[in-house]
Design a protein around this ligand. Sequence first.
Ligand code: ADP
Ligand code: 5GP
Length: 182
Amino acid sequence: MQTGRLIVLTGPSGVGKGTLLRKLLKRHPELNLSVSATTRPPRPGEVDGKQYYFVSREQFEQMVAAGELLEWAEYAGNYYGTPCAPVKRLLQFGQSVILEIEVVGARKIKETFPCAVRIFILPPTLIELEQRIRLRAQDSEEAISRRLSHAKAEIEAANEFDLQIINDDLEEALVSIEAAIF
Ligand code: ADP
Ligand code: 5GP
């Protein structure tokens, strides 16, 4: 049986990864989104098991110790990680899986899944990135400045990935992602 493809979308917070992903999944329902575990508290409207599995630091550390995560990273003061079992099961059944993760975790995927397609999403400018994070209005001022200072270092790593796509016009970025995946 042919195994499915593993697709990784990475890039700075606020660049539009989630927005692109939602549209991509609507157009291609055959793609499966991996649900990550995080120690970040849920934002209003977020549901456990849907956007994330919301866990305590202790639970997360247990998952790491038990080898249950495909990759994990600490980002802006919280842990984030990809549960291994669902991803492996889907790939074995020939299904494609998408991970939407930050740069450190995306780097680690290359070691475990060298065949993964890793796409880096870039903002048109840093100023536009800041505006998007502010417009989203979901983060405290402190979280916004932590995310922006991370973003600069993350963008410098863009060339490590298989493909770089600028999310300026949303539709154009989507078409570029589709071209890379299919
Ligand atoms: P991420 O998942 O990378 O953190 P989001 O998908 O939450 O980013 O997007 C951050 C904000 O930017 C949202 O308010 C979203 O509507 C907006 N956004 C996303 N893509 C674009 C785009 N191409 N042009 C303008 N605004 C965008
Ligand atoms: P947010 O708090 O905005 O939901 O996510 C913050 C960052 O964590 C985003 O860049 C997001 O892509 C990343 N992220 C989400 N899930 C995972 C994961 O499982 N592993 C890693 N390494 N990063 C993740």
